[in-house]
Design a protein around this ligand. Structure first.
Ligand SMILES: [Fe+2]
Length: 305
């Protein structure tokens, strides 16, 4: 890792990063919280692409059709974008060509077995939590995965109105000691990641069954309206334990994303989501994550809209 890369990373991570809920957590004055939320929300609303996905009310007809299959050129169709705007979640099956899926598996095997034969962009690292899970993380160069990059480009251009480089992480997670999980805030509680429009892309080369902690999302909960703003102004935890969360989730479907092998899904994670608990004692998880908060940042909201 050279110095210029490190400096760039520091600036993107620490200084320019899109505002999250930290300020709201630390501030008790409702007036200050409102001012903060309204400022950033109005900046995001003035981007017409973001406005289309996060502020316009959902159409009724395509509601809840969220599963699609890839097409010949791996293009994201208007039908997919329209469903994404309405529901905040789309799933693309047979997402990548088989060679690219195989390459991703090779990288994940390298992580799993700590072989260190792959040239990762940064040094791989591991974390264990309470002796329950062990997670190995690798950061690759997205250019090594051209079709995945192409999906990312299509989505960022349409949602943000410009191409945004993703932060990419490969995760190999192993359940070490199976115990019935207590609910965990920010994970198994239904929660929101941040109040500003936000999305993540997930890719799984393998199937994810009901016992493998599949992702859950409350369809349509990403839409920014009065109930949404009231929730963020008054929340303590930004999750299902806050009273105003019920209003956002009211009458909405909670979709559980179980997958076939080779599935990509995209979710607006400012909406209400969680992972399900692990039910299988020998569960392991191989997943690729793409995120944009570091590269679509404060400057984009302040200068470019
Ligand atoms: Fe989350």
């Amino acid at each position: 890792m050279n110095l210029a890369y490190k400096i760039k990373k520091f600036i993107n991570n620490r200084i320019l990063r899109t505002p999250g809920v930290d300020f709201l957590r630390k501030t008790s004055s409702l007036k200050k919280k409102r001012k903060h939320i309204n400022f950033w929300i109005s900046r995001s609303k003035s981007n017409k692409n973001i406005n289309n996905f996060f502020f316009k009310s959902a159409g009724l007809q395509k509601k809840n059709i969220i599963r699609f299959s890839s097409n010949k050129n791996f293009l994201v169709t208007e039908e997919i974008f329209s469903s994404l705007a309405d529901n905040g979640l789309i799933i693309i099956e047979n997402a990548l060509p088989l060679e690219e899926r195989a390459k991703i598996i090779l990288y994940l095997e390298d992580l799993k077995n700590k072989k260190k034969e792959i040239s990762w962009l940064e040094k791989t690292f591991s974390k264990t939590r309470n002796d329950e899970t062990s997670l190995n993380v690798g950061i690759p160069d997205i250019k090594d995965f051209p079709v995945l990059k192409n999906y990312s480009d299509q989505f960022t251009k349409k949602i943000y109105g410009k191409y945004v480089i993703p932060s990419v992480e490969f995760h190999y997670l192993k359940l070490l000691n199976y115990i019935e999980e207590d609910k965990i805030r920010g994970e198994t509680y239904l929660h929101s990641d941040r109040f500003l429009p936000h999305f993540k892309i997930f890719y799984s080369p393998y199937s994810i069954g009901p016992g493998d902690a599949p992702f859950r999302f409350c369809l349509g909960s990403h839409k920014i309206n009065d109930d949404y703003l009231t929730f963020f102004e008054n929340s303590n935890y930004f999750d299902e334990t806050d009273i105003n969360c019920k209003k956002i989730m009211n009458n909405k479907t909670i979709e559980t994303v179980t997958t076939e092998p080779n599935t990509l899904y995209l979710c607006f994670t400012n909406g209400i989501h969680s992972r399900s608990p692990f039910l299988n004692s020998n569960s392991e998880r191989n997943m690729v994550f793409l995120q944009y908060v570091k590269r679509f940042n404060k400057l984009d909201y302040l200068l470019n809209l």
